[in-house]
Design a protein around this ligand. Sequence first.
Ligand code: G4P
Ligand code: NA
Ligand code: NA
Length: 194
Amino acid sequence: MDLLIETIKQEGIILSDSVLKVDSFLNHQIDPQLMLEMGKEFAKRFKEEGITKIVTLESSGIAPSIMTGLQLDIPVIFARKKKSLTLVNELLTAKVYSFTKQESNDISVAKKFLNENDHILIIDDFLANGQAALGLAEIVKQANASIAGIGIVIEKGFQNGGAKLRELGYRVESLATIHSLKNGEIIFKEEARG
Ligand code: G4P
Ligand code: NA
Ligand code: NA
């Protein structure tokens, strides 16, 4: 998605060979027009799939998910990282291991929002090692719902999450894929090919 790639080029800050900071439009301050365009793009790519709901993870997955849900006219559910006050037996939960933080956390969704008739689009802001997406997929499976695909705003193609998810058979659609962050330079997959 050209607008996203341009915005990353202008505003992305390379923190290391593997971490890109995009807090001016996605992870802290949010650019609503850009989110809307992302929503239109995800909706375009998945509109034939008969998706009934979007499942994402708080907090940075929510903005692009809302815009996609608006375009597809379907609800958006965000998995919580902190347990709500709901009784635990009313929750679907999965463990998500963060390689970045080297810790494991439970994410959860209330059972009442997902059922076996649902066909789900999973959305998240970053795809690194794929643990968040796998946790969300696990929750969808616990509800006996099906998964149409996984929409990612920024995929880090040099980490193994994308390959892992695609090997498992998931359709993964990323709006921008970063090939490398080495030498203080952001190289996109599209550019690395050419
Ligand atoms: P994984 O799910 O793909 O395995 O990724 P990982 O555990 O490494 O990610 C932990 C957190 O860091 C996630 O956000 C993820 O979106 C984010 N993240 C991963 N790589 C990058 C990166 O290069 N840049 C930025 N800005 N974030 C990255 P989170 O803790 O769930 O936070 P949030 O959703 O509340 O923002
Ligand atoms: Na994040
Ligand atoms: Na995230």
